[in-house]
Design a protein around this ligand. Structure first.
Ligand code: URP
Ligand code: ZN
Ligand code: ZN
Length: 499
């Protein structure tokens, strides 16, 4: 640990808030310092900083950048019309209690919808309710020429610089030619394409075979989405993106075979990022082997795998194959509003997909990753906030404890032990897949732009305190990449392709 600040050059200033005596960690360094905050910004980091209107003593605590949750479904209708259990109030409160100060949920286009209308609806949902800052990723399910050539550029200009596409789900799926069209637009506009990579035909084939043989219970969901469906689709998505040389991020990777394809593409210098989620590190398909419909609580896509996969996903997080670690919070209650929307005893194909986890994402990683020495504290910070801020164009405001940045801070008590239980969580769910796990290390004080959001286990912020954050275009500096020779005029008889 370094102690790099010795002077008190800020003596004459009065800060709005000072966090004193904590151990501060960024993605690259750890040091003892006070933090001075004024007008919502970090204005000083040092020793003996002088007076402040409010002082928080962080002796014995870790002072970390507020987490940024980059993959969550909040107040979003699924393609079957089911609304998530969390709106922007409960979703953001739950995120804050889990150590986050910023969210990037999805604004989902369903077929026939105009992108601007979609974005307006989500602004309308988030603005009056969110207690922490937020942005959106779009979901594009209907890439008409109008959507791609006229609507999308306008959305990117409004600071929404990433979008997700699905290679499965009947009402969301885009085919390869649509993917190329979307990726070409992303390249031209400076946006990042996020991909839900699973081979739809393989899933349908397996589902039909299982149902024809009367394997209908929730646990068979895990078999119906084979590992090969994920790796085939990841390979295809990366092949398409590297063909035209545009950045992509493969979300919620659940298999080592998929992770290896990402690792190889990165090794080869392509603009490829990978994300995994706690469910693939802490849960496995045996959790679904429960009586009656109980296994439905663990149905998500890609599905839970096995114990060996958990270890492999941990390894890929440790070795940097995954730069992003997100909850994929998709809260559907275990009743007719969510998991059981298609009846009391649906086949596994009709169960709403998704797990809650926005509040448990960071405590799980802190306890089982950092405290158990699988990752360093700095790597924890990188996964909690810094990597996301860089990849998704937020680093002008967020992601590190640096003078000039938003004072978004989570003060963690590394010794506090608590058993996870649904009753203590702040989402609008009645279950958590992590029920009963004992976790050491929890965030205790959350600060957003200098204002206390959570203190003494109490919410201090009010609805609408969160602000929309305009994100920058995607920066691929340091990821060389190259278009395919057929598209490169040095190798294609001088044919020039417009991107
Ligand atoms: O099962 C999941 N992951 N549901 C949420 C939607 C998605 O694909 O991310
Ligand atoms: Zn997905
Ligand atoms: Zn998702």
């Amino acid at each position: 640990m370094i102690s790099k600040f010795i002077d008190n050059k800020y003596d004459m200033k009065t800060f709005d808030l000072k966090i004193s005596d904590g151990t501060v960690a960024n993605a690259t360094e750890t040091f003892h310092a006070d933090i001075g905050i004024k007008d919502g910004l970090i204005t000083a980091i040092g020793k003996n900083l002088g007076k402040a209107k409010k002082v928080i003593n962080a002796d014995g605590k870790l002072v970390l950048p507020g987490g940024i949750e980059a993959h969550c479904h909040i107040e979003q209708e699924s393609s079957s019309g089911i609304m998530t259990a969390d709106d922007y109030y409960s979703g953001s409160v739950s995120a804050a209690f889990g150590g986050n100060t910023c969210l990037i949920p999805f604004a989902a286009q369903h077929r026939g919808q105009k992108l601007q209308n979609v974005l307006d609806v989500y602004h309308h949902r988030a603005r009056p309710k969110s207690v922490i800052d937020y942005s959106f990723h779009l979901i594009i399910s209907d890439p008409t020429d109008e959507v791609i050539n006229i609507e999308l550029p306008a959305i990117i200009d409004q600071g929404v610089t990433s979008f997700k596409v699905y290679m499965t789900y009947d009402k969301l799926i885009v085919d390869d030619s649509q993917m190329l069209k979307i990726m070409t637009a992303a390249k031209k506009l400076g946006a990042l394409t996020m991909v839900h990579a699973e081979n739809n035909a393989m899933i349908n084939w397996m589902s039909e075979k299982l149902l024809n043989s009367s394997y209908k219970a929730p646990k068979y969901h895990a078999l119906s989405h084979p590992r090969a469906a994920e790796s085939e689709a990841i390979n295809r998505a990366i092949t398409l993106s590297t063909f035209i040389d545009t950045p992509i991020l493969i979300v919620h990777v659940s298999t080592e075979s998929g992770a290896r394809i990402i690792a190889k593409a990165r090794y080869d210098g392509h603009k490829v990022f990978g994300e995994t989620c706690p469910q693939y590190m802490f849960l496995n398909a045996k959790n679904m082997d429960l009586p009656e419909m109980d296994g439905a609580q663990f149905c998500c896509s890609p599905p839970l795998r096995d114990k060996a996969s958990q270890e492999e996903i941990w390894r890929c997080l440790q070795n940097g194959t995954f730069q992003v670690y997100s909850s994929d919070h998709a809260p559907y209650r275990f009743d007719e509003t969510g998991k059981l929307h298609a009846g009391k005893k649906p086949t596994f194909t009709k169960i709403a997909n998704g797990l809650p986890g926005i509040e448990t994402r960071l405590p799980l990683l802190f306890s089982e990753g950092y405290l158990k020495k699988r990752i360093t504290l700095n790597h924890f910070v990188a996964l909690a906030a810094t990597n996301v801020s860089k990849i998704y164009g937020l680093d002008h405001r967020k992601g590190s404890i640096t003078e000039g940045k938003d004072a978004d801070i989570a003060i963690w008590n590394p010794k506090l032990k608590k058993v996870i239980t649904a009753d203590d969580l702040h989402d609008n769910m009645e279950f958590t897949p992590y029920e009963g796990m004992e976790i050491t290390g929890w965030p205790e004080i959350i600060i957003q732009r200098g204002n206390v959001v959570i203190e003494d286990n109490t919410l201090k912020a009010t609805r609408g305190d969160g602000e929309f954050i305009h994100r920058k275009k995607i920066d691929c500096t340091g990821m060389p990449g190259r278009v395919a020779p057929e598209l490169n005029s040095k190798h294609n008889f001088d044919v020039k392709f417009e991107f």
